[in-house]
Design a binder for this molecule. Structure first.
Ligand code: IMP
Length: 178
């Protein structure tokens, strides 16, 4: 079945890989002396990004995952954030790097930072592949940002539209077929 929309490439696989190298150089500089950084990926969208990021990072780390819901199968944002899957490991006294696929309104990341901080980690830093700066509704700091993008629905490289298109190697904008 053909999908009722087209996908226009916005960020190529090559540009993503190059930006990840740059981000990892910065993260390595900050955390090279850290005893086992905990990298927390936010499911489901960050699974591709985090896989590439931690391999490029090449530091002694632990990987854990959180899943929160803030969107259904549409492109509408809902403000309520619920935890669907909690961390497996303890983060008390540890340095934590939260890895998000996309920061849209910022509600999800802000809520999760607060939740992680309530476990008394040594520090919480944030990394996001893309951010729609125009859509920001809350103030949330991204320490390591891949790209600022326009206010369009994007898919690929882990990001979905109604659970489709996560496996595209690039990031593209969803454009309705005429
Ligand atoms: P926020 O709480 O509004 O910042 O939303 C963050 C979440 O919304 C992300 O983790 C994604 O799951 C989802 N999201 C927002 N915009 C997009 C998009 O353009 N493509 C795919 N998912 C998106």
């Amino acid at each position: 079945m053909t999908q009722p929309y087209e996908i226009d490439e916005l960020i190529s696989a090559k540009s993503i890989a190059a930006r990840i190298e740059e981000l990892c150089a910065e993260i390595r500089t900050e955390f090279s002396g850290t005893d086992k950084l905990v990298v927390v990926g936010l499911l489901r969208g960050s699974f591709v990004f985090i896989a590439d990021l931690v391999r490029e990072l090449d530091l002694p780390i632990e990987v854990d995952f959180l899943e929160a819901s803030s969107y259904g199968d549409s492109t509408q944002s809902s403000r309520e954030v619920r935890i669907l899957k909690d961390l497996r490991g303890a983060i008390e006294g540890r340095d934590v790097l939260v890895v998000e696929d996309i920061v849209d309104t910022g509600h999800t990341l802000k809520y999760l930072i607060g939740m992680l901080e309530s476990h008394n980690p040594a520090s919480v830093k944030t990394c996001a592949l893309v951010r729609k700066a125009e859509r920001a509704e809350v103030d949330v700091h991204v320490d390591y940002l891949g790209f600022d993008i326009p206010d369009k629905w994007v898919v690929g490289y882990g990001l979905d539209y109604a659970e489709q298109n996560r496996t595209l190697p690039y990031i593209g904008v969803v454009a309705p077929n005429d």
